[in-house]
Design a protein around this ligand. Structure first.
Ligand code: 26Q
Length: 752
């Protein structure tokens, strides 16, 4: 590898490993990796999977590609011989933030596992010029900045594949970009990202504002940070139709290239629809099959029904996509008649208004298209799937019980263990041997070391090393000092009321008041938050403001500072996740039970030896079942109770505010001290929201949460017992390998 790298450095820059700058070494390594991937055969098969998603939150690719190519250790050693550090070299890479959070990151983990299992399956999505906004804090508030990630060298390869797509009144020509996905056991797949050449970054004005009506210039400029204003929603429909039209054309083109008849589509292709964002691929495939491939409507519908499968990622009603017909008529006109036809077919099957595609207000329910005209509907954790069947999607479950199935999410442990936690990986290789890297359930062999004092000590010292590395990183990124002796208590995820960062902030208020009253914790606590709020989500931004103000108050009070440090990470993204997760002691997974479909951060923390503090929500339930009650701290009302409270409209925060212990914490938000540190309007709005609505019931679980958290922190002082908890969590995390998840998708849905 040394010779190859030197040859590339010479050709590219006239330099060697001794003389090149970091950025030049990075470019050469990327070129070498691209060559090695290009040398690999494409994974092939009689049937091909298309994983269609509006988001692929792939993160930096250099190290993980090297791991999958089996070249990581060699690259690291080669650089080290020249005094270079691979991790520092990778700092040169810009993270493509082509996703919001869990759903996008899941898609990226899945592509890695699909390739690792040697399955023939490509991703298809959009090539956003600027991914999710970059977050900056200014005056204790979030600011949004564009994040152009594509400048200079990149993993993207422009192809000469173009498809015509109707965009409003015009027909435009797309361009397909490809990113190679190497499989950990050989071969490669591809992530196809569609773009439009006319899109123009020059139309971005201050921050992330731009003309939302100028579709030809803005179509793929940004990833949607959530639904916002009317114009933005329409642009979202344009994006979705563009994405699925390109993907449907690609699928049918590849099918015929492989000499298969369009009438045998479902035998040779399967489409996994990642949430409702790509739903229009169903009518688009039907349209193309009838209009361009000569199938009758009955034939086309029958083929597509056997080709498409849908994954649901939410039970929040407001997150289920519904588009007014007039939006579709404007942005997706070609599929409007097909959607009308599908609606008529549903009406012939059933007159239940709850399952119609087009409702009485002429609004199209995207999930309903997927469920009627897909052959599989899956939730992403056992509890989530049960709730879908029993409540949220019950009328559909009654119609099509056989379509419903669960696929508990997973994460690629190649990124979330081997790459991000190399000291732990080294210990695992030494103790249980390297076999676990092929089949991560092999991590269970670690259980044999539960009473091994040496291994337990090593686990603690590795955690300490990671905590020091994280402290150093944050010192240089944000100029904030963190004490590695303190407990690292971490809540990092998108900001949403149901995830209840506000409840964690109320705990912080309680700690501040306790410390001031002389009740200091046994050991300093570092509460670490990281979260982006959708720019139009006011209350989410208010919660960020609250956390930043609390951080300032704790930092500026000499009585509090030695005992409590509240750190809000700026611009939390995959790269930062890779640094904070290996350093975490306590993993906060505190969503209101029934609301977090699965969560995947919970799995990443567990694999890195953090102990979960969580509600019985999403995959937390499965984590508890695996590690046992004694290796997780569970609190809070159960999902059935929460569902009952909603159904009976029986939750009232005003009643809970009568409890002085609760009111003391909540009212601190609008105390003189807080109003001096922050913005009155924002803090009063948040206070009002929590005391009068508290839609996600933070006050309901607050006391149980506080008690459970304090008890868990106390357990931290028994270092040996804590190390044993860490060990069990690591040992049991193999179940959450996305290799397992993908094997199940393949056995039960795709049949590749
Ligand atoms: C919808 C309409 C208009 C604009 C944007 C959107 C939109 C964008 C992103 C709706 C939803 C999302 C993202 C959802 C998401 O990340 N869901 C998470 O998916 C994870 C993977 O299954 C789960 O682990 C999480 O529980 C779930 O919240």
């Amino acid at each position: 590898m040394e010779q190859e790298l030197n040859a590339l450095l010479r050709d590219l820059f006239g330099k060697t490993l001794e003389t090149a700058q970091s950025a030049e070494v990075y470019d050469a390594l990327m070129q070498l990796t691209l060559q090695k991937m290009g040398d690999r055969p494409r994974l092939s098969g009689d049937k091909k999977l298309y994983y269609v998603s509006a988001e692929f939150l792939i993160g930096k690719l250099l190290s993980c590609n090297l791991i999958s190519l089996g070249l990581f250790e060699e690259a690291k050693a080669t650089l080290a011989r020249h005094g270079l550090d691979l991790a520092s070299i990778e700092e040169e890479e810009r993270e493509p933030s082509l996703g919001n959070g869990g759903l996008g990151r899941l898609a990226a983990c899945f592509l890695d596992s699909i390739a690792a299992l040697g399955l023939c399956g490509d991703g298809a999505g959009l090539c956003y010029h600027d991914g999710l906004f970059r977050q900056r804090f200014e005056a204790n508030k979030q600011q949004e900045l564009p994040d152009a990630w594509r400048g200079g060298q990149s993993w993207l390869r422009r192809t000469d594949v173009h498809f015509p797509v109707r965009l409003g009144e015009k027909t435009v020509l797309s361009t397909m970009y490809d990113i190679d996905i190497p499989g950990a056991n050989g071969g490669r797949n591809t992530l196809h990202l569609f773009d439009l050449d006319t899109v123009d970054e020059g139309i971005i004005r201050d921050g992330i504002a731009f003309d939302k009506t100028d579709i030809e210039h803005n179509l793929t400029l940004f990833l949607y940070p959530d639904d916002s204003d009317g114009d933005g929603r329409l642009l979202r429909v344009y994006q979705q139709y563009f994405m699925v039209s390109c993907t449907a054309q690609l699928i049918l083109h590849e099918l015929t290239e492989r000499s298969f008849s369009p009438k045998s589509l479902h035998e040779h292709a399967v489409v996994q629809i990642n949430d409702t964002h790509p739903t229009m691929i169903i009518p688009e495939l039907i349209r193309l099959l009838t209009q361009q491939y000569g199938l009758t409507m009955d034939e086309a519908v029958a083929e597509v029904e056997r080709t498409c499968a849908y994954t649901n990622h939410t039970i929040l009603a407001e997150a289920l996509e519904k588009w007014p017909m007039r939006f579709l008529k404007q942005a997706a006109a070609p599929v409007v008649p097909i959607i009308g036809e599908l609606d008529r077919r549903v009406r012939a099957r059933t007159d239940d208004p709850a399952v119609q595609i087009i409702d009485e207000h002429d609004v199209v329910h995207m999930a309903h298209i997927d469920i009627h005209f897909g052959f599989s509907v899956n939730g992403v954790a056992a509890l989530h799937t049960e709730i879908l069947k029993k409540t949220e999607l019950k009328p559909f479950y009654d119609l099509y019980p056989a379509k419903f199935n669960n696929k508990t999410n997973g994460i690629t442990l190649r990124r979330w263990l081997l790459h991000c936690n190399q000291p732990l990986t080294a210990l695992l290789r030494e103790t249980i041997g390297p076999g676990f890297e092929r089949d991560f359930t092999g991590l269970e062999a670690l259980l044999a070391y539960r009473e091994d004092a040496q291994v337990l000590d090593r686990l603690l010292s590795i955690k300490r090393e990671n905590k020091e590395a994280f402290a150093a990183a944050i010192a240089s990124l944000q100029g904030v000092a963190i004490d590695p002796e303190s407990i690292y208590d971490v809540q990092v995820k998108r900001l949403h009321e149901y995830k209840r960062q506000q409840m964690n902030a109320l705990y912080a208020i309680g700690k501040i008041l306790d410390i001031r009253a002389g009740r200091v914790p046994a050991r300093p606590i570092t509460m670490i938050f990281g979260a982006k709020a959708a720019p139009a989500y006011t209350i989410a931004k208010d919660i960020i403001h609250l956390i930043l103000c609390l951080s300032q108050i704790a930092r500026e009070d000499p009585a509090v500072r030695p005992h409590l440090n509240i750190v809000m990470l700026e611009n939390y993204n995959v790269t930062l996740a890779e640094k904070v997760i290996p350093a975490c002691d306590v993993s906060e997974q505190i969503s209101l039970a029934s609301k977090e479909a699965s969560g995947t951060g919970n799995m990443k923390f567990m694999a890195n030896g953090a102990v979960t503090l969580g509600t019985l929500d999403g995959a937390n339930v499965e984590i508890r079942d695996l590690v046992g009650e004694e290796n997780i701290a569970v609190f809070g009302r159960h999902s059935d109770e929460v569902i009952r409270l909603y159904a009976q409209n029986a939750y009232d925060p005003k009643a809970l505010m009568k409890n002085p212990a609760v009111a003391r914490l909540v009212d601190f938000i609008v105390s003189d001290e807080m109003l001096a540190a922050g913005d009155r309007e924002s803090l009063t709005r948040l206070h009002h929201e929590i005391t009068t609505k508290d839609y996600f019931m933070a006050l309901l679980d607050l006391e149980d949460y506080t008690r459970t958290k304090d008890a868990l922190f106390a357990r931290y002082e028994n270092r040996r017992a804590w190390a044993q908890m860490m060990l069990v969590n690591i040992a049991k995390s193999g179940y959450f390998s996305s290799d397992r998840t993908i094997a199940q998708y393949n056995e039960e849905i795709w049949h590749l």
